[in-house]
Write a protein that binds this ligand. Structure first.
Ligand SMILES: [Zn+2]
Length: 319
């Protein structure tokens, strides 16, 4: 059960045992930083409860991931799985998502209407409230009423970063599970499997990500941005020698080959418009790429590449 969830062995054991013995709590608080699998665990939980192939009382295999119920939950279109979050609130208020700063009582009331309605097509209703720490006092008090008289075959997950802001009355009626930051190995393996990063770049990013997949994804985006701005600087000559040395040093650490590939992709776009002027640049980039593939020192390759590109630009200006 819960094989798809990264790390969190202790939590997986606790909830698997509860599911197998049919002692599921009415409400859980999944606590911990962003990007460590809290929402994903709640969704997987919902799949197990509603799977039409594997009955969790008779088997401990977990969800099949193939039946219509599992598929609908994965696509977030199952009528018995409800996300009570800023996106839902914005939809209910017909307002912008960016304006949502707290979860309001009206949104919790909407949820309570759904709690009171008959199950649509599944076996269990699942509500995921996130970020639970952003419920205002009126919303929290209203939710408390539901927790005091827990409805049958319904599980409420409160997903939160900080426990302090959730009223004690709610905490005492829920089971709190603390999610741990992921290990560097767990994150780098995930990056290799899901985003096809090479091992060294995956390890570099995992090292920076503070145990969170969400942070890791941000670092990948940032490094892409660095590559784009580098290309822009090289094209416009808007940089200093110290810029080059600094950049090649940092890129050599985070992924020289990816950077050169990104630059080749950019240069190919220019080649279509300006083939003669771009051909020497592409040649240089491809030569550097070949050196990197032969495991020549990355920083040396990048230093030479960037200085050669600079020379090319100067020459093209003189000519
Ligand atoms: Zn299924």
């Amino acid at each position: 059960m819960f094989e798809k969830i990264l790390g969190q062995q202790k939590i997986k054991k606790i909830i698997s045992n509860q599911i197998k013995s049919n002692k599921i709590a009415h409400a859980y608080i999944f606590m911990g930083q962003n990007g460590i699998g809290k929402r994903f665990t709640a969704i997987e939980f919902a799949k197990i409860l509603n799977c039409t192939t594997n009955d969790f009382i008779k088997t401990d295999i977990g969800a099949c991931d193939k039946c219509i119920s599992c598929k609908k939950i994965a696509k977030n279109i199952h009528p018995d799985l409800h996300f009570i979050d800023f996106a839902k609130q914005a939809e209910l208020e017909e307002d912008d998502l960016e304006k949502q700063k707290t979860l309001k009582i009206e949104t919790i009331r909407y949820m309570q209407k759904e709690v009171a309605t008959k199950i649509h097509e599944g076996k269990w209703k699942v509500f995921i409230i996130e970020p639970a720490e952003k419920m205002n006092t009126a919303a929290a008090n209203s939710l408390l009423k539901t927790l005091e008289e827990p409805p049958e075959n319904t599980v409420i997950f409160l997903i939160a970063k900080y426990k302090e802001t959730i009223p004690q009355t709610i905490v005492s009626r829920s089971q709190t599970l603390f999610f741990q930051p992921l290990s560097q190995n767990e994150i780098s393996n995930w990056l290799i499997l899901n985003l096809s990063l090479d091992i060294s770049k995956a390890q570099e990013i995992a090292d920076l990500s503070d145990g969170s997949i969400e942070n890791a994804k941000k670092f990948i985006d940032d490094s892409k941005r660095t590559e784009q701005s580098l290309w822009f600087k090289l094209k416009t000559q808007n940089f200093y020698i110290s810029d080059i040395l600094e950049l090649s040093k940092s890129i050599a650490r985070t992924g020289a080959l990816e950077c050169v590939d990104a630059m080749i992709a950019e240069a190919k776009k220019d080649f279509r418009v300006y083939p003669q002027g771009t051909a020497p640049t592409l040649e240089l980039l491809n030569y550097s790429r070949a050196l990197l593939l032969k495991n020549v020192n990355a920083q040396m390759v990048l230093d030479n590449l960037f200085f050669d590109l600079l020379d090319l630009r100067k020459m093209s200006e003189i000519c």
